[in-house]
Design a protein around this ligand. Structure first.
Ligand code: 5AD
Ligand code: FES
Length: 349
């Protein structure tokens, strides 16, 4: 089938064979607009002009893992490690609440300090102070019992990117002590425990091919995540992948459109990484079908230290400045930031 017929099949059935996804990606130049229009139509039908905001609180730059792409990998001796105090984290949430956030994302490296007890206590505190807010965790791989305790403490959602749905590719991006199987098991556990679950991957990561991306799309088609975070890979100077090129905004936006069509209600952020490789990256993401932005609420003095990749934006700005800036950017493309938990709307379209 030619790209045009594949695009029409995707729109009609919301699914393709794995090889067809690869052909769709390779032939994207001639179908970009068609898929973008369909993606925007779907997101508007479900979410109108609303863009949801998530307040990202980067609680720790300590990480026991050594992912080859990541700037806070444990082998990076140049990474300045920090850990926010409980009070700092609660203060970030307070300020975020005042700024209109109704979702807080606690994100960090896999840091043993954040035990189930400490993390659970924090979740309870935030939920008690703001019962109208959702708490999302992005704290990497933990065990079933740990995820269970954090859920019982009140966590609503969990973000754990699968990074790649091709096991051979997973091995190329991670050290031998990490596995594709464990990552997938974590995602299954989270789902079983009743979390709203987010997966995702980097676009243009080293060794990625259209065939690998096709597997990511097939995985999204079957897993049907509540959220899906995709952003370009951006090299970090102190990692083994320093010399690899960054992913492309154009391909990232195309994939945002495809993912919206595969699973119309999915919550899809226009990521900070996309805003980093292109001056209008987040706006382009929204125009491709994204409906979420995730500004940083971390204290300004730690922002530079949570550097997963080079030249990350928003590391010098106060939270309020980022909200103002994003508000203007979102308006510039005809959308509107809303103060809302922003849960997934599962009604079918
Ligand atoms: N470029 C882009 N994204 C990255 N991440 C980690 N390192 C990089 C990088 N160099 C992404 C991973 C991780 C998420 C928190 O950030 O996909 O899951
Ligand atoms: Fe942070 Fe624009 S969103 S400065």
């Amino acid at each position: 089938m030619n790209p045009k017929s594949l695009a029409e099949k995707l729109i009609a059935t919301r699914a393709l064979e794995t090889e067809q996804y690869a052909a769709l990606i390779d032939g994207r130049d001639e179908i970009r607009e068609l898929l973008q229009n369909e993606a925007v139509r779907l997101r508007t039908q479900i979410y109108g002009k609303a863009v949801f905001i998530r307040g990202l609180i980067e609680i720790s730059s300590f990480c026991k893992n050594d992912c080859l792409y990541c700037g806070i990998r444990r082998s990076n001796k140049n990474c300045e490690r920090y850990r926010l105090t409980p009070q700092q984290i609660l203060d970030c949430a307070e300020e975020g609440y005042r700024l209109g956030f109704r979702t807080f994302v606690l994100q960090g490296g896999e840091d043993g300090y954040f035990t189930d007890e400490r993390t659970g206590w924090l979740i309870q505190k935030i939920k008690a102070a703001h019962p109208d807010c959702a708490v999302t965790l992005s704290l990497g791989e933990r065990g079933y019992e740990s995820y269970k305790k954090l859920k019982e403490a009140g966590a609503d959602r969990y973000l754990l990117r699968h990074e790649t749905a091709e096991p051979a590719h997973y091995k190329m991006l991670h050290p031998p002590d990490m596995s594709y199987e464990n990552r997938m098991e974590c995602l299954q556990s989270l789902r079983e425990l009743g979390y709203q679950v987010g997966c995702g991957f980097m676009v243009g990561s080293p060794y990625q091919t259209s065939a690998f991306l096709a597997r990511d799309l097939k995985f999204i088609e079957s897993f049907r995540p509540d959220m899906c975070g995709i952003g370009p890979f951006i090299p970090h100077r102190d990692t083994p992948f320093a010399g690899f090129p960054a992913g492309e905004a154009e391909l990232c936006c195309f994939l945002l459109s495809v993912i919206r069509i595969i699973h119309p209600p999915v919550l899809l952020p226009a990521t900070t990484a996309l805003g980093t490789i292109h001056p209008r990256g987040r706006e382009l993401g929204l125009e491709a079908g994204a409906n979420v932005v995730m500004p940083n609420l971390s204290p300004v003095d730690v922002r530079k230290k949570y550097e997963l990749y080079d030249n990350k934006i928003c590391t010098g700005e106060e939270s309020a400045q980022c909200v103002g800036c994003l508000d203007a950017r979102v308006r510039s493309v005809g959308y509107e930031i809303v103060s809302d938990r922003g849960d997934i709307r599962k009604e079918s379209v």
